[in-house]
Design a protein. Structure first.
Length: 554
C-alpha cells in the first residue's frame, strides 16, 4: 500500500516510468484533473471499504479540437486514456457523461476504451429515451439544429462566406465533428447527415460507447435518493441538476448582480425572438423569422408582372384574380423587382419605392448566430451536476459541468431526504472544498453573490469556516485558444480573480503548469491566504504534463 502510493506520487511528479494505480488518502479522495485541452476529463479515486480497492469515477473525457496545441507539451488524448487505464487498473466503477458536447465526450471512442470495463454509466435524465419531457426537449433541439442548417445554406447561397463559416464551425462543434473531417464541402456533408439523422452525431456515438461498456446505465434526476455505491458506502452522491423544468433550462444568463463584470452585451432580445420562431410547429420546418400566415412567398409575389409603371395608377379592380394581381403589383413596386433601383436614386420618379431600405433580404439570417449560441447554452444548462460528500456531514466535491443560471438556481428548489432529516443545497455548498468551475470559467456558469444571497452562488461555496481554508477551484480552460473563438472570454478575468481570492490562490487551470500557479506571496498581499494554508495545499497537490492531482483528507 505504501509503495503503491509512493509510486503514484512519483508518477504525478513527472517520473514517466512509474504508472501505478491512483490511491487516495485513507477515508478521503484524490481528484485527477486531466489536461486534455479546453475540455473536461476528471478521475476521482474515492476511499472504499477495501483500502486497496478505491471507487473510481470518471467524469467526462473531451476537448475542443485545436486547443491541445496551445499547451506545452501538447497532450495526447490517447496518452490520457492510457493513463486512465493504468490509474484504475482498467476498471471504472462509474463513468459519467454530464452532457452532449464535444469538449466533454470526444475523447471517448471504442478503440481508446477497449479493455476498460465499466460498472455503471450515469447520464442526466435528459438522455433518458423513456422520459417524455426529455424526448420533447431533444425534438426541439433537433428542430433548431435543422433550422440553423437551413440558414447556413441560405447564407452560402447569398454569398456570405464569413457568416456561413461561423455557422459551420458552430454546427461542427455541436455535433462533435473532429479535426479529421477536412474541407468545407466534407464538413457540410457530415453536418447535414448528422442533423438529419441525430444518431449519426459523433457526440451520440461517443456517449453510446459508455452505454455499451457499462453493466448498468442510470439516468439521474435532481433531488432524488442519495446515491451510495456499495464499494464506498461512506461516500454519498447528491444529484443537483439539471432541473426537470423547461423554463429553468431556458434560463441561461445571470440577472443583475448575479453576473460578474464583463462589459455590455446587446443581443439577448434578438436571440430569444429567433429561438421562439424556430420552435414554431406551424411552418413545416421552414426557416424564416415570421410565421407563414404573416408572409408572402417571394416567387409567388413576383409571378405576375406589372402592367403599368409603379408611378401610374393600378387597373380598375375586377373579381378576385385582378385583386390578387393588384396586391402583387403593390408588393413589387414597394418591396422589390428586377426593374427597380437597388439603391436610392433621387432623379428617378419611383425612388421613394426604392426596395433596398424596405427589404431585409438575408440580413435577418445573421441572428441565427445568436440562435446557435442560445442552443449551445441550453445544452450546457442540461448538464448533470453532482456533489460527492465524503461521509455524512463531511467535505463536498462539486462538479457543475457547464450548468448555467437556471440549473444553478434550481439546486435550492428542493431538499434531499436523509433518514428523518433533510439535506439542503446551501448546506452542501457550504461544505464544498473542491469546485469544478462551470463552463471553463465563462460569464454565464458561475453566479455571483454572498453567503446570504437568496439563490445559490459563489458566495454559498465554502461558506463554512473550516472548509473555506481548504477551498480549491479547477478551471478547464486554455486561454490562448479561447481568445481565437470569436470573443470567448474563458476564463472570465473577474470570475478567476474572485476564485483566486476566495481560494487563497488554490486555483488550477489547464494551461497553467503546476509550478506557475499563483505563488503564496502574491496572495498574501491580497489577504487571501496564509503561509500555513499555502504550504498545506502544496503538500497535497501535484502536477504532471497530463494532469493535476489533489488529495483531500476526510
Amino acid at each position: 500500500m505504501t509503495n503503491r502510493r509512493a509510486n503514484a506520487r512519483r508518477a504525478a511528479a513527472g517520473d514517466e516510468d512509474a504508472a501505478e494505480q491512483l490511491v487516495p488518502p485513507a477515508n478521503g479522495a484524490t481528484v485527477r484533473m486531466y489536461r486534455t485541452g479546453h475540455g473536461d476529463c476528471f478521475l476521482l479515486a474515492l476511499s472504499g471499504k477495501d483500502a486497496n480497492q478505491p471507487l473510481y469515477v470518471l467524469i467526462d473525457c473531451g476537448y475542443k479540437p485545436g486547443s491541445p496545441a496551445h499547451l506545452n507539451p501538447s497532450p495526447s488524448i490517447d496518452d490520457i486514456v492510457t493513463n486512465i487505464r493504468q490509474a484504475t487498473g482498467g476498471h471504472l466503477d462509474v463513468a459519467v457523461i454530464t452532457h452532449e458536447h464535444q469538449d466533454h465526450v470526444n475523447g471517448i471512442s471504442a478503440k481508446r476504451f477497449e479493455g476498460i470495463t465499466i460498472g455503471q454509466a450515469w447520464f442526466a435524465w435528459t438522455e433518458d429515451p423513456d422520459d417524455a419531457l426529455a424526448n420533447r426537449l431533444r425534438a426541439n433541439h433537433n428542430d433548431a439544429l435543422l433550422q440553423v442548417l437551413k440558414v447556413q445554406e441560405q447564407m452560402a447561397a447569398a454569398g456570405d462566406g464569413e457568416s456561413t463559416g461561423r455557422l459551420r464551425n458552430f454546427l461542427a462543434f455541436e455535433l462533435g465533428l473532429s479535426d479529421e473531417v477536412a474541407g468545407d464541402a466534407a464538413i457540410d456533408a457530415a453536418i447535414a447527415a448528422a442533423v438529419k439523422a441525430p444518431s449519426r452525431s459523433v457526440n451520440k456515438k461517443s456517449m453510446q460507447v459508455f452505454k455499451s461498456l457499462a453493466k448498468t446505465v442510470r439516468y439521474l434526476r435532481p433531488h432524488g435518493s442519495i446515491i451510495v455505491h456499495p464499494k464506498a458506502p461512506n461516500v454519498r452522491v447528491f444529484v443537483l441538476g439539471p432541473p426537470r423544468n423547461e423554463d429553468r433550462i431556458k434560463d441561461l444568463g445571470p440577472v443583475g448582480e448575479e453576473g460578474f463584470d464583463r462589459g455590455a452585451q446587446a443581443f439577448a432580445s434578438a436571440t430569444s425572438h429567433l429561438m421562439a420562431a424556430v420552435e414554431r410547429k406551424d411552418d413545416g420546418g421552414d426557416a424564416s423569422p415570421f410565421a407563414r400566415r404573416f408572409r408572402v412567398d417571394w416567387n409567388e409575389a413576383l409571378s405576375v408582372p406589372p402592367t403599368k409603371p409603379p408611378t401610374e395608377p393600378t387597373p380598375e379592380p375586377t373579381p378576385e384574380p385582378a385583386a390578387i394581381a393588384a396586391a402583387k403589383q403593390f408588393w413589387r413596386s414597394h418591396y422589390g423587382g428586377p426593374e427597380l433601383p437597388a439603391s436610392f436614386e433621387p432623379d428617378r420618379p419611383d425612388a421613394m419605392h426604392n426596395p433596398d431600405w424596405r427589404r431585409i433580404d438575408h440580413d435577418w439570417l445573421h441572428t441565427a448566430e445568436q440562435l446557435a449560441i442560445a442552443m449551445n447554452n441550453r445544452t450546457n444548462n442540461s448538464s448533470l451536476v453532482l456533489a460527492f460528500e465524503l461521509g455524512p456531514g463531511g467535505k463536498v466535491l462539486l462538479f457543475a459541468a457547464d450548468a448555467q443560471r437556471g440549473n444553478w438556481i434550481s439546486w435550492a428548489d428542493k431538499t434531499w431526504a436523509d433518514g428523518e432529516s433533510t439535506v439542503t443545497a446551501k448546506d452542501l455548498l457550504a461544505r464544498t472544498v473542491l469546485y469544478k468551475v462551470g463552463h471553463h470559467g465563462s460569464h454565464n456558469a458561475t453566479l455571483n453573490g454572498a453567503s446570504d444571497s437568496p439563490r445559490p452562488s459563489l458566495g454559498w461555496l465554502a461558506s463554512s469556516a473550516p472548509h473555506a481554508r481548504e477551498f480549491t477551484a479547477m478551471i478547464t480552460a486554455v486561454r490562448a485558444w479561447a481568445e481565437k473563438q470569436n470573443g470567448w472570454d474563458h476564463p472570465l478575468p473577474s470570475i478567476k480573480d474572485n476564485l483566486l481570492r476566495k481560494a487563497g490562490g488554490r486555483v488550477f487551470q489547464t494551461d497553467t503548469p503546476f509550478e506557475d500557479m499563483m505563488p503564496f506571496e502574491d496572495m498574501m498581499m491580497s489577504g487571501g491566504a496564509t503561509a500555513a494554508s499555502w504550504e498545506a495545499f502544496r503538500s497535497r497537490a501535484r502536477g504532471h504534463k497530463l494532469y493535476f492531482d489533489l488529495d483531500i483528507a476526510p
